[in-house]
Design a protein around this ligand. Structure first.
Ligand code: FUC
Length: 793
């Protein structure tokens, strides 16, 4: 399975091909006669930790809440919140570029033929091949997780043909390069007393000569050349200094260890490691060999039905996660770990109001559970600063985090309440912690790591939630216009628990009484759905662990009092507790459907009204959006079991987008020719979310049932998938033809009760399902052949 092109990349964002080992990443241009390999190391950030919690916040919080309670004082509440709760974000910093490896070949490479640049997803290797006269030159590039280096090999099929200069350039003013006989070293410090960084490039030639010339290396008449790149910083994920040891010793020792290995061994160890993850899942959609022979960018531009290209995009998401998120490292940021700028868009940070979470939606279901380890560790490390923010900022127990974070433990609100006041991030991250257990059944993990994180996130909301008892429940003015009545939760006027203040990520509402537009209210639906999910997960976790009975009872009681999702005048799920119209009808966030996906609150079998309202919400929002927004909508429609609509969104997401660094919020989503998803600009959540969406079309397991092919589109007439994972420890293989499941094997990894659901073969409309329930033990295999289940032991 390959991405391939018949020309070198000109543009970093849209054409270069990414490699990575979960620490370092590189973008390969494949240029001739000059090659640029732009590289990163994921800890290289500007900024630093700063305690910007505001001790004055709790007293103002009381006033903000009372303004929200009295009704129709949205603007006043928002203005005060903007003054009293926000922080200036001065120390936030940004993910940084590290540098470039530059190779300048001699002038014989000015004209080349039979050029091919490819990324082999089956091996995790980029290859560039071309011919100069009768001589074929081949370059291979990969990033090795076991050896912690980026490896490049240049070779020709005739001896002595490689003549080139090798340079190393840093992306910071302070970066200095020094050369010894066969190594270039780059060292510097991020501006304003920031992190120290060091990278080393070791060069080994077979035949010919390598010699230092000032700050570069000259290679003459070599048969082949191996370049090994490694780099690091003195960053450490540890509150509050976030500083560790100087990188020098580690860089030197990693380079010398890798240098001691022959190329073939480095390659073999890389492929073994990579395939141990990648090979777990296979996906075949359609089989038109004529399209596979075309360059990837042409396949995209053609815009023809190309299910096999959709399968490549699915696997590419898995490739990108394996490349950017490995145990011991940091999680994938907004650009994974690829970044060529010191002022990247949104600082290439960790946005927590959808983006970081979306990066990991695929991890468990697509067989890459280990790749989520960085997210778990990162979440765990946010607890300590988050605990302080909960206490100082809100006077609450537990831990809290807001709209975005960095590598410096930022947990306070941002500089504007409009986007920066979203406080559900810690609770939302805790969902991933739970999912890791739901898929693996790993009780030790749950006890020692998962449950403490979740429990503390829940403790925050037990304190933070407010009761609506003393609120103004009456319409402020007798009128039929629902926007005049301030508070009509549940229309039954019983007291509910809500968050206050509260925002629905990045979207304002219009209010009619006194007229105006605001972001801040109480009880935005997303908050309450996230809390519902968190409390449910905590309740189930504490039951599994047989701990914390009292705490569990509190959660059960509070969950029952949360304001439930409301259905508004247009038949939609309300985004806010009041049925406000949204300031932007087609806004990219669809926060109020959290309970549909990634949550598990909206279930077709038990909540048909809410499901219908969710459908209506999506119709009103429309299918357009940024890359990640469209990916989310694929997931939503999959959960609504509408495979054709999910497929429509997938097809639209695969429209080719030209590189343009400007941010577009409306309708610009698509893919670049290197298949990175465009927000625009490039933002990797769209890739990860798409892989998750495709998995969700094929298999679901969030509601206690393993549901096979819940949203198979007509366009995927036949196909096969192996290795998808379902909650409860199952691994699922399926083959379908003519849109019908012909064979499935569900492998049990744990003891339990398997509830299976799959589409009825009759093709009835609306879809009918068959079900089967059975007790399983580890290594049991349940097969469904021609619509009938059998147990293979
Ligand atoms: C969220 C989105 C933006 C962008 C940013 C990184 O705030 O609303 O579209 O994706 O994250």
């Amino acid at each position: 399975m390959q991405l391939w092109y018949d020309h070198p990349a000109e543009h970093w964002m849209s054409e270069a091909l990414p490699i990575g080992n979960g620490r370092m990443g590189a973008m390969i241009f494949g240029g001739v006669p000059s090659e640029r390999v732009q590289f990163n190391e994921q800890t290289l950030w500007s900024g630093h930790y700063r305690d910007d919690n505001r001790p004055d916040a709790p007293s103002q919080l009381r006033t903000i809440r009372s303004l929200l309670e009295t009704g129709n004082q949205w603007k006043e509440a928002e203005e005060l919140a903007d003054k009293a709760l926000t922080t200036d974000g001065k120390a936030f910093g940004a993910y940084q570029a590290f540098g470039d490896v530059l190779l300048d070949f001699d002038s014989s490479h000015d004209v080349v033929e039979d050029y091919r640049r490819s990324l082999d997803l089956d091996r995790g290797v980029v290859t560039v091949r071309y011919r100069v006269g009768d001589v074929t030159f081949t370059r291979e590039y990969f990033a090795s997780f076991p050896d912690r280096v980026i490896v490049m090999r240049l070779a020709s099929d005739e001896p002595g043909k490689l003549n080139l200069r090798v340079r190393l350039e840093g992306a910071h003013r302070s970066a200095k390069v020094t050369a010894t006989n066969d190594t270039l070293t780059l060292r510097g410090q991020v501006e304003r007393d920031g992190l120290n960084f060091e990278a080393a490039l070791g060069v080994r030639a077979e035949g010919g000569e390598v010699r230092a010339d000032g700050t570069l290396l000259r290679i003459s008449d070599a048969n082949s050349v191996i370049l090994l790149l490694c780099g690091g910083t003195d960053y450490k994920l540890e509150y509050p200094t976030y500083r560790g040891r100087d990188p020098h010793e580690t860089v030197v020792s990693q380079l010398s260890a890798a240098s001691a290995k022959p190329f073939d061994e480095l390659l073999r160890d890389h492929i073994d490691d990579y395939r141990s993850l990648f090979d777990r899942v296979s996906l075949t959609l359609g089989n038109d060999p004529s399209r596979a022979d075309l360059p990837t960018d042409q396949r995209l531009r053609d815009g023809l039905p190309d299910p096999a290209l959709q399968a490549i995009l699915f696997q590419y998401g898995r490739y990108l996660l394996i490349s950017s998120s490995r145990p011991g490292g940091l999680p994938a940021n907004l650009q994974g770990l690829w970044n060529d700028s010191n002022q990247p868009v949104w600082k290439s940070d960790y946005h927590l109001n959808i983006n970081l979470q979306m990066n990991y939606w695929l991890a468990e279901v697509a067989g890459l559970s280990e790749c989520a380890e960085p997210l778990m560790r990162f979440t765990d490390a946010l607890r300590e600063p988050g605990r302080k923010t909960a206490q100082v900022h809100y006077g609450c127990n537990g831990w809290v985090a807001h709209w975005a974070t960095n590598v410096w433990g930022k947990t306070t609100p941002g500089s504007s309440v409009s986007w920066g006041l979203f406080h559900g991030a810690g609770a939302w991250l805790s969902q991933h912690v739970w999912e890791h257990y739901a898929f693996s059944g790993d009780t030790d993990y749950l006890r020692s790591i998962g449950y403490p994180i979740m429990r503390e996130a829940a403790a925050f909301y037990l304190d933070f939630l407010v009761e609506t008892t003393k609120w103004n429940l009456e319409p402020t003015k007798p009128t039929n216009d629902p926007h005049y009545s301030f508070w009509v939760p549940g229309k039954d006027q019983r007291p509910y628990l809500v968050t206050s203040p509260s925002v629905s990520p990045e979207l304002a509402f219009d209010y009619h009484l006194r007229g105006g537009r605001a972001f801040v209210s109480a009880g935005a639906s997303m908050d309450l759905q996230i809390i519902h999910d968190l409390f449910t997960n905590c309740i189930e976790a504490s039951e599994s662990l047989k701990v914390d009975e009292d705490f569990r009872s509190r959660l059960v009681a509070s969950r029952a009092s949360l304001l439930p999702p409301q259905i508004g005048d247009r038949g939609q799920v309300q985004e806010w507790a009041v049925d406000f119209p949204e300031a932007e009808k087609h806004h990219r966030h669809v926060s109020h459907l959290f309970g549909l996906f990634p949550g598990r609150q909206f279930i077709p079998e038990t909540m048909p009204e809410l499901i219908e309202a969710a459908r209506r919400t999506l119709e009103l929002r429309g299918d357009e959006g940024t890359g990640w927004s469209k990916a989310w909508k694929i997931c939503f429609w999959a959960r609504l079991r509408d495979g054709n609509r999910a497929h429509k969104l997938l097809t639209e997401l695969m429209r080719p987008v030209e590189e343009n660094p400007e941010v577009r919020y409306d309708g610009g989503g698509g893919v670049y020719s290197n298949l990175l998803v465009a927000h625009p600009p490039f933002q990797i959540d769209g890739n990860f979310g798409t892989t998750a969406g495709i998995a969700e079309m094929l298999l679901q397991s969030h509601a206690g049932t393993v549901h096979l092919l819940p949203a198979l589109p007509d366009a995927w007439r036949e196909g096969r998938v192996t290795g998808l994972r379902a909650r409860g420890g199952y691994t699922v293989d399926m083959t379908w033809r003519e849109g019908r499941l012909v064979d499935a094997a569900v492998h049990a990894g744990l003891a339990g009760t398997l509830r299976l659901r799959w589409p009825d073969l009759s093709g009835a409309q609306p879809a009918a399902y068959k079900t089967h329930t059975t007790i399983v033990k580890p290594s049991d295999i349940i097969r469904i052949v021609n619509g009938l289940p059998e147990l293979l032991e």
